[in-house]
Design a protein around this ligand. Structure first.
Ligand SMILES: Cc1cc2nc3c(=O)[nH]c(=O)nc-3n(C[C@H](O)[C@H](O)[C@H](O)COP(=O)(O)OP(=O)(O)OC[C@H]3O[C@@H](n4cnc5c(N)ncnc54)[C@H](O)[C@@H]3O)c2cc1C
Length: 531
């Protein structure tokens, strides 16, 4: 247990350079750049003791950094690679309303999910989360009784939405639809009828992480990618700058280990295994441009589902699998079996027969599981776990992108309690992320909708970049909507430091195998000029 180090009065901060009026965020959000990273890193050499050191730059670490910094705590985040380079860039991108937890009677988890979905959609990130129509077709292998149960489940999900006061205009009530209406939404679906419901869909999981990290920086957090924690303790960590190889000790009143499935490497008492969740990517045109997602029960029950999820860039993700893996390596890939399983399950509900030839990309992420005292596997992707280990650091693992804010609130509450730091109450429930504005304000922005969905109010800056330099209006690769201006913006504002950062995480060009090499070439050349 940590000793009480000090009692420090903190007050909630205002972000640098931001003003709000009529619920509209104006002025420019501060940029995260390589220069700023270097200055922030240099400033730690004095050996000052900060309040909160966060290890890991996925959604959990970024969320903790934002929560701590906005309470007025001095905060540093270190990430061994790029922001969002772990599991947070390999999700399905859904902002769940908690329906699946209702089915397993985990009411608290369901309420938490539904509440956080509402906060993201209505307050903190309306630009990044849209309402997604989801069609569950009535397939022949689903008995009528199960269909009735499914409908009751969706109705309960709608009651949950109402109980946490998320606006019905954003997430309309579920209803049965005819085969004709189903085909209007999903032209290649094979069904005479189905159930239509609504949930939240992220424009891009990486963009959420970047937005949270930049917002944390606006509140004073030092965000340091390519800095690895070599070991941690309750009062700091030994870190290595991956760009120079130099090592430094960072002294901190509290340390939060948010390294996802790799948490056990820094905190040996945290024993994790992982399950691989794979997605394949097909061109949306192969499915004749659906306007809804498709949800396909794997075996006629609703325990396991495969979702067909159209994205805004002309691709569709199909996922996921759930397979125990032996090795928690740095990067996992879908196996041939995963690909065949996803194709076969999706094809049950489709009039077109997708084959391996239709697959233009694939990716996989790891869900953490732990073994409880009775030897039973516990799925941490439903509910996160917070623990204090032998090192004295706090570890937070599991949970979901959807609930990152609440997870961060709990982690920081616990961290300050243990460290004996006085901190203001959590501020993040009503704190807009970079780019956020009311939906009315977003509708006024003069920019392509795709840019507004990805950058919110900052879309205007991308339009201005392309207006100043016509070359930047050109697509990075032919046939993709992503422009060169987005790459430049990534370098100038979002701490993209390598071509891979730009192609794999500031944009998602790299997910499509056939365009990755060309996109990397363009990114390399633009980076050289930007430097
Ligand atoms: C297939 C799949 C689909 C999913 N779909 C959804 C979904 O639709 N909706 C949803 O809400 N959630 C979803 N999730 C869950 C969600 O993606 C995860 O809960 C979340 O991304 C985990 O974030 P994290 O920050 O804890 O971990 P990570 O994103 O893995 O971040 C951990 C970071 O720590 C860094 N790190 C590790 N060791 C060190 C070190 N020593 N020093 C410095 N840095 C270090 C890593 O590089 C990494 O960037 C899905 C998960 C999977 C696997």
């Amino acid at each position: 247990m940590l000793a009480i180090v000090s009692a420090i009065a903190s007050t909630p901060r205002s972000p640098v350079g931001i003003t709000e009026s009529r619920n509209i965020v104006s002025l420019h959000w501060p940029s995260l750049t390589a220069d700023r990273r270097q200055r922030d890193l240099d400033s730690l050499a004095s050996g000052e003791t900060i309040d909160v050191l966060v290890i890991g730059g996925g959604i959990t670490g970024a969320g903790v950094a934002l929560d701590a910094a906005s309470r007025g705590l001095s905060t540093v985040l270190v990430e061994q690679s790029d922001l969002a380079s772990g599991t947070s860039s390999y999700s399905s991108g859904l902002v769940h309303g908690g329906l699946r937890y209702l089915a397993s009677r985990q009411i608290n988890v369901a309420v938490e999910s539904a509440t956080e979905r509402g906060i993201l959609m209505e307050r903190t990130a309306p630009h990044l989360v849209r309402s997604l129509p989801m069609l569950m077709p009535d397939l022949a292998d689903i008995p009528a009784k199960r269909r009735r149960l499914a409908r009751l489940g969706f109705q309960a999900g709608d009651l949950l939405r109402a109980s946490v006061r998320t606006n019905k205009s954003l997430l309309p009530a579920p209803r049965r639809i005819s085969g004709a209406e189903a085909k209007l939404l999903f032209p290649t679906v094979r069904a005479d009828s189905g159930l239509l419901s609504f949930d939240g869909q992220l424009e891009d999981d990486c963009r959420l992480v970047i937005a949270v990290a930049r917002t944390a920086a606006a509140y004073g957090a030092k965000i340091l990618p390519r800095v690895t924690a070599r070991w941690i303790a309750g009062d700091g960590a030994q870190v290595r700058d991956e760009l120079t190889g130099l090592e430094t000790r960072i002294n901190a009143r509290s340390v939060v280990n948010a390294t996802g499935v790799w948490a056990g490497k820094l905190e040996p008492g945290v024993r994790l295994r992982a399950r691989r969740g794979s997605h394949i990517i097909v061109p949306t045109s192969t499915l004749r441009d659906p306007r809804a997602a498709l949800v396909v029960p794997v075996d006629g029950t609703f325990h396991e589902l495969v979702s067909v999820l159209p994205q805004s860039d002309g691709t569709t993700y199909i996922g996921t699998t759930d397979v125990l893996v032996d090795d928690i390596g740095a990067r996992v890939q879908p196996t041939a079996d995963d690909v065949d399983f996803l194709l076969a399950t999706a094809n049950k509900a489709l009039e077109v027969a997708l084959t391996r030839d239709d697959v233009v990309g694939q990716f996989a992420g790891l869900r953490p599981v732990t073994i409880d005292d009775e030897g039973v596997e516990v799925d941490l992707s439903r509910k996160h776990q917070i623990s204090i280990g032998d090192t004295g650091a706090l570890t937070i693992v599991g949970g979901k992108l959807t609930t990152y804010r609440k997870m961060a609130e709990e982690a920081v509450d616990k961290a300050v309690e243990i460290a004996g730091i006085w901190a203001a109450d959590c501020q993040t429930r009503a704190l807009p992320l970079v780019g956020a504005a009311s939906r009315d304000r977003l509708a006024e922005i003069k920019a392509p909708q795709r840019l507004i969905d990805r950058y919110g109010v900052e879309a205007e800056q991308l339009v201005a970049l392309a207006a100043d330099n016509k070359d930047l209006a050109a697509p990075v690769v032919a046939g993709s909507p992503v422009t060169r201006a987005e790459l430049v913006f990534g370098v100038q504002n979002e701490l993209a430091m390598t071509p891979e950062d730009l192609v794999d995480r500031r944009t998602r060009l790299g997910l499509v195998d056939g365009q990755r090499a060309e996109a990397l070439e363009v990114a390399t050349s633009l980076l050289a000029h930007a430097v």
